[in-house]
Design a protein around this ligand. Structure first.
Ligand code: ZN
Length: 374
């Protein structure tokens, strides 16, 4: 009898174990990659609330891909002089409306940062202050407010026109941009200081933005190195806007190149150049792109085709790769549009001829985009 009872007990145990194994396999042990993100999120929340739980639990969860960061960069934007006349006549929308309504949709849409070099100051009421100079730019804050409709939320101010309205103009620009809730970096030409760098946060990523200008004065290399390396050690990505180079010259020079390499050696990830009023070439140094000049974006230099062509750079940053999209632009009386089809092809071929890049990137650039894998 005792023998029979032990036998039944063993069979019962085997059945229970089999059921447990079956239930575990059927309901809990499916591969981790297919666990819906929502469930993972809840697991993480529960995990945080339970201090006694195994700390290695997090490490076993599949890695959730971060949301990509999307950035759009333009060259020089100047809203005074003849551009100002166009704005008075047709409004700010006149400048952007062709880009905002391309056949593929709104060119400005879907970016976390839309940025340009702002070639001039944002004074109260757009006033010009003494002394008057032959090239002397000031913009009304209302004009900058209207650029927000197109997504503009960051301006690089480090350029040779930042001091056009003196110290008063510089202070008012910063105050006005603060009031408009627009980010910016940059000190006067040749100066490097606290105003050169800023950290902004996008999709849980810290982005270090720096701006320098070396048009009439030399930059102190140690100071530049300090600003960039500080940003590099405290952020996920460092982008440097720099105003430099010879006007109307498509080929970048050795001084620009030396400075660019110094900035990348200090920890920058992307360099966006401007000032030459025409597009300059690209270089990829230590796996980091240098766009030596994006040329004019909005300007009133109607005297040549080259000063009415520019380049916009779209950047998409994900965990494993950075994608760079090249958008050649042309403008007519300061109204900007995309260069398309065979004209785009011939522009990109010109861009390649001004660049210092290997054949792999050359082939990619011909297609209007290139990828840098991390
Ligand atoms: Zn300039």
């Amino acid at each position: 009898m005792a023998h029979e009872f032990r036998k039944s007990l063993i069979i019962l145990c085997v059945v229970i174990i089999a059921m447990i194994v079956f239930i575990k396999l059927a309901f809990f042990d499916y591969p981790q990659e297919v666990i819906p993100a929502r469930l993972i999120k809840y697991s993480l929340i529960d995990d945080k609330n339970d201090n006694n739980q195994d700390k290695s639990f997090d490490a076993r969860l599949p890695k959730v891909k971060d949301k990509p960061v999307r950035l759009l960069f333009f060259g020089d934007m100047m809203l005074d002089r003849h551009v100002g006349e166009k704005i008075n006549q047709y409004g700010v929308d006149y400048l952007f409306k062709k880009l905002a309504s391309t056949t593929e949709g709104d060119f400005f849409a879907g970016y976390d940062i839309v940025s340009s070099n702002l070639e001039g100051v944002v004074t109260n009421e757009g006033e010009h202050y003494a002394p008057q100079m032959s090239y002397d730019f000031a913009f009304h804050p209302d004009l900058i407010l209207e650029t927000k409709n197109y997504g503009f939320n960051f301006f690089s101010l480090a350029n040779n026109h930042f001091s056009d309205q003196g110290e008063r103009g510089i202070i008012e620009t910063r105050n006005n941009l603060d009031n408009l809730n627009i980010n910016y970096t940059g000190c006067e030409d040749g100066l490097v200081g606290e105003c050169s760098g800023k950290v902004i946060e996008i999709n849980n990523k810290k982005i270090g933005m720096a701006g320098f200008s070396m048009v009439y004065s030399k930059l102190d290399e140690n100071d530049v190195n300090k600003i960039v390396s500080n940003l590099a050690s405290t952020t996920d990505l460092v982008i440097v806007n720099i105003h430099w180079g010879k006007e109307y010259e498509h080929n970048f020079n050795i001084v620009q190149q030396k400075t660019a390499h110094l900035i990348i050696d200090a920890g920058a990830d992307i360099i966006i150049g401007h000032h030459s009023h025409v597009v300059q070439g690209i270089e990829i140094y230590d796996n980091k792109p240098i766009f030596y000049s994006l040329g004019n974006f909005i300007f009133d230099q109607y005297f040549s085709p080259d000063t009415q062509e520019g380049l916009a750079i779209g950047v998409e940053i994900e965990n494993d790769a950075e994608r760079y999209y090249l958008y050649p632009l042309k403008s007519k009386l300061s109204q900007v549009e995309l260069i398309k089809e065979e004209d785009k092809e011939s522009f990109l071929n010109k861009l390649i001829s001004w660049s210092q890049i290997d054949s792999g990137y050359r082939e990619q650039i011909k297609t209007g985009k290139f990828i840098i894998s991390n």
